[in-house]
Ligand binder design. Structure first.
Ligand SMILES: CC(C)(COP(=O)(O)OP(=O)(O)OC[C@H]1O[C@@H](n2cnc3c(N)ncnc32)[C@H](O)[C@@H]1O)[C@@H](O)C(=O)NCCC(=O)NCCS
Ligand SMILES: Nc1ncnc2c1ncn2[C@@H]1O[C@H](COP(=O)(O)OP(=O)(O)OP(=O)(O)O)[C@@H](O)[C@H]1O
Length: 273
């Protein structure tokens, strides 16, 4: 499996580029989404953060007031470090599970969109690393417009991250998103070719061979005694079904459940091993 790193500065265009990857069928794990999940009411991250910052960061509903927490942490580096420290383990394990899910699906190339890839030292997980760069003035303007914030607030947020020029020097591939979307898309095509080139032997070794490996077929069906539901589990290899008692060929596209001699099948799922 190839784990591609996608990073940049705030509002430099990471989501814009990650959407291009998604439309080309490359799965993306978005660290901002994971970070939002780990701060949802009642989660471990929520409890830690509310314990440290107090009720003043809560809305009446009990959810975290993200705008309020943002004001606090982006104007005070020590508070930001505290928030980062509290959430880091939850974000890392959230990312790990998202990667595992894609690995289980047999994905061969995935993109990790992580704004703080270098700051959080997660760059060692990824290769190659793409930095979405933008010139400072355009970044400031886009951030103010998108988030409806003042110049001072926008500068605070930009300064909360490693300088975009330093990130650029650490990149394997750079997309300059300072100009039109069309120009970004052209650079993206070149980057996509690099990212989807054949896997190295090492990357191949780290991939799950779900396409060719055995699969489990899990069926939910009526039991012989009618009143109950039953689950049955079969080991499939290619189109051949193995059961403890017999072996028969099934077409996995239009599975001939009748061959299984089971009462009415209600649901089925494949699980690649
Ligand atoms: C402070 C919070 C509540 C503000 O929420 P808000 O909805 O306003 O912003 P959002 O989460 O969409 O983040 C927007 C951008 O801000 C930047 N950013 C977010 N957190 C940080 C941080 N701790 N340090 C520097 N930049 C950050 C990123 O570029 C991100 O893409 C939120 O950003 C947060 O919980 N941050 C800590 C978690 C974190 O590190 N997230 C980044 C993912 S690696
Ligand atoms: N080439 C472009 N031309 C004009 N506007 C753009 C371009 N690329 C991105 N934008 C706009 O700039 C803003 C920031 O882009 P985007 O949300 O993709 O950045 P981001 O790096 O994902 O931000 P964040 O770090 O906050 O998650 C958005 O409003 C987006 O629509």
């Amino acid at each position: 499996m190839r784990i591609v790193g996608l990073t940049g500065g705030i509002a430099s265009g990471k989501s814009t580029v990650s959407n291009l990857f998604k439309s080309d069928g490359v799965p993306v794990v978005d660290a901002d989404v994971v970070a939002r999940d780990v701060l949802k009411k009642g989660t471990g991250g929520y409890k830690k953060v509310v314990g440290a910052f107090g009720d003043k960061i809560l809305l009446d509903s009990g959810d975290v007031d993200r705008a309020r927490l943002g004001q606090i942490v982006f104007s005070d580096p020590s508070k930001r470090q505290l928030l980062n420290r509290l959430l880091a383990p939850f974000i890392s394990s959230g990312l790990f599970w998202e990667i595992m899910k894609l690995w289980l699906k047999g994905s061969k190339v995935i993109v990790l969109d992580i704004p703080l890839l270098f700051e959080a030292k997660m760059d060692k997980w990824t290769n190659p690393i793409i930095v979405v760069w933008v010139d400072p003035e355009t970044q400031l303007q886009r951030l103010m417009v998108r988030d409806g914030i003042t110049e001072e607030q926008a500068r605070n947020r930009i300064n909360a991250q490693m300088a975009l020029d330093s990130k650029r020097t650490k990149a394997d591939l750079v997309i300059d998103n300072s100009r039109s979307l069309e120009e970004t898309k052209e650079q993206f095509q070149e980057v996509l070719m690099q990212v989807t080139r054949p896997l190295t032997w090492r990357e191949f070794g780290l991939s799950r061979k779900g396409e060719w490996g055995p699969k489990l077929l899990i069926l939910e069906h009526e039991s012989k005694y009618k009143k109950h539901l039953s689950l049955s589990c079969y080991l499939l290899h290619q189109k051949t079904l193995f059961t403890p008692h017999r072996r028969c060929v099934v077409d996995s596209a239009s599975l001939g459940f009748s061959q299984l001699r089971l009462p009415k099948v209600l649901q089925y799922r494949y699980l690649s091993l």
